[in-house]
Write a protein that binds this ligand. Structure first.
Ligand code: SF4
Length: 315
């Protein structure tokens, strides 16, 4: 049996970087360190980090004085930033560099007299943090109908940004309607664009075209996993989502010569490797990787937060 791994799979660069920062903060500051639960939610990641001494909290309000708190990769609102400053907690900022850039660009547009249209989901921590930093000059939209209702005071100085976990392919109608209604609206800086979701979706489309069965590893609640399933099924390929390799059912392999494996944006690669091992244990497996573009933004070559870089050098 052949097993084909999508190279563009699993944890995005921002989450990988954040995990590295959290693990280094633990070594540097000792256990526990506190992370807000909402942004690192997959059970396997939470369990893994909890075992190392991370405490997940709903808010930093009740964290004991003198504690170390981590700003998660999706970024935090200014309200949260002010709260931890007021309480003099030690902050380690693991905000993804691409999201820090969205924050900075949005504030620059507001200072220039514009507004920012944020295309995203209302209850997502990334969009909440972005909107909170726009001092009331942000508009959240998600659909073409939202564009029709949108009013901008100064469209020529305004810009839009897109929640990074959404695929630009999915948003084409919304972006077209936005540009049609406000032709002068400024696009995000292409250098800072996140291609993580898009590359994983392109990869699963390619994978589904060459295998008899696609296995997606990740949480059922994860929108990125659901999207991967939809795309593979749209290509007419039988597909299963597994939260862990333990959920694998050997019956799925009946009549299958080639299996494709991918994983959602917040799935650690350990789970994928465990699934490959499960397949190996069922018989001979020829393993190869389907190359795809990976997120290669230069922003991930930026230095880590100073305290963390120092600690990593020492470890
Ligand atoms: S911007 Fe992209 S790389 Fe950064 S956390 Fe979001 S999905 Fe991950």
């Amino acid at each position: 049996m052949q097993v084909v791994l999508a190279e563009a799979r699993g944890l995005c660069a921002g989450l990988q970087r954040a995990i590295e920062i959290i693990e280094t903060a633990l070594r540097q500051h000792g256990s526990p360190v506190y992370v807000r639960r909402e942004t690192l939610h997959p059970a396997h990641l939470v369990d893994r980090l909890r075992a190392k001494g991370v405490r997940f909290v709903d808010s930093f309000a009740k964290v004991p004085p003198g504690s170390t708190v981590i700003f998660s990769p999706h970024g935090v609102s200014r309200t949260v930033e002010q709260e931890v400053e007021a309480r003099r907690l030690t902050v380690v900022d693991a905000t993804c560099p691409l999201i820090s850039k969205i924050h900075a660009d949005g504030q620059r547009h507001v200072r220039s007299g514009g507004e920012v249209v944020v295309i995203g989901h209302a209850d997502h921590p990334e969009t909440e943090a972005i909107l909170d930093r726009l001092d009331g000059h942000g508009h959240l939209i998600r659909t073409v109908e939202d564009v029709a209702r949108l009013e901008l005071a100064n469209p020529g100085a305004s810009a839009y940004s897109v929640q990074t976990t959404l695929s630009i392919d999915d948003l084409r109608p919304v972006l077209a309607a936005l540009r049609d209604r406000f032709p002068g609206i400024l696009a995000p800086d292409s250098e800072a664009a996140c291609h993580a979701a898009q590359h994983r979706q392109q990869a699963v489309w390619g994978l589904a075209g060459m295998v008899d069965l696609v296995l997606v590893v990740g949480a059922k609640a994860s929108p990125s996993c659901r999207r991967l399933i939809e795309i593979a099924e749209r290509r007419g390929t039988r597909t299963h989502l597994l939260e862990t390799p333990l959920a694998f059912d050997r019956e799925w392999l009946r009549g299958v010569k080639r299996v494709g494996i991918t994983a959602g944006l917040s799935t650690h690669d350990d789970l994928v490797q465990d699934l490959v091992e499960t397949l190996r244990n069922l018989g001979a497996v020829e393993l190869w990787t389907l190359p795809e573009p990976k997120e290669a933004s230069d922003m991930f070559h930026d230095p880590l937060p100073p305290a963390i870089s120092a600690a990593m050098g020492a470890c």
